[in-house]
Design a protein around this ligand. Structure first.
Ligand SMILES: *Cc1c(COP(=O)(O)O)cnc(C)c1O
Length: 223
């Protein structure tokens, strides 16, 4: 087996105490998750509803599962009973559906708002202006079964580190803006989820509080 234990120990050791690691286990088997679990890892990220369901059913129940990919509205009901955090809320429609399904399950689901800052068209998320508008309209304030815990983004997948840093700093500055304006009294709005295998060293310079790392820990994914 790939050296999951050695890799995750190295990654864990490279992170400051106030940065949380989401180990991205999508497309990797349960035994890889268990190897990381045995090294104390409890937060795992997945991006497919069927796969996370299978893992949730068979792996220890003190694992916190984060849904990190694009989530279709019609899939929310399947993960609502157990998901710990939905990281990539990219539309008001999705936020409303999460609130509705969380209410049905008598729980509060933690979410992050996904920002679209990267130049790549294919990425999801709110532009900064769309996010400002959504927060200003205020409908989210009525949603008692979602807790908005912060922001998430993916930087452009490019070699130019200064571009990646620039995008992550835009996200960090935007966090300060909305924190002051809408969440000043809300201590749970505190997460800045950016940084993956290729760019988490940059994310740490850009005030990330949560990094989502797959390949560096588990090796290349076989799709
Ligand atoms: C797959 C994925 C990751 C992890 O990517 P690696 O390059 O394997 O570290 C992080 N974030 C999101 C949203 C992903 O879909």
């Amino acid at each position: 087996m790939y050296n999951v234990k050695g890799n995750i120990r190295k990654v864990q050791a490279s992170l400051p105490d106030d940065v949380r690691l989401v180990a991205v286990s999508k497309f990797h088997p349960n035994e890889y998750v268990m190897a990381a679990y045995e090294e104390g890892q409890r937060v795992f990220g997945e991006s497919h509803e069927q796969e996370i369901k299978q893992k949730y059913a068979t792996l220890p129940h003190d694992i916190e599962w984060h849904f990190i990919g694009h989530l279709q509205t019609n899939k929310v009901k399947y993960i609502a009973p157990y998901i710990s955090m939905i990281e990539a809320v990219d539309s008001m429609k999705l936020l409303k559906e999460i609130n509705k399904q969380a209410e049905k399950n008598s729980r509060v689901i933690k979410v992050l708002i996904e920002l679209h800052i990267a130049e790549e068209e294919a990425k999801y998320g709110f532009t900064l202006d769309a996010c400002r508008q959504m927060l200003e309209e205020g409908e989210w304030r009525e949603m008692k079964n979602v807790q908005i815990c912060g922001l998430m983004m993916m930087a452009s997948f490019v070699k130019d580190e200064s571009q990646v840093e620039n995008e992550m700093m835009q996200a960090a500055n935007f966090f300060d803006e909305v924190k002051t304006k809408y969440f000043a009294d809300d201590e749970t709005f505190c997460e800045r989820s950016w940084g993956m295998s290729s760019d988490y060293h940059i994310a740490l310079k850009c005030r990330s509080t949560m990094v989502r790392i797959g390949t560096t820990i588990f090796g290349p994914r076989v799709y």
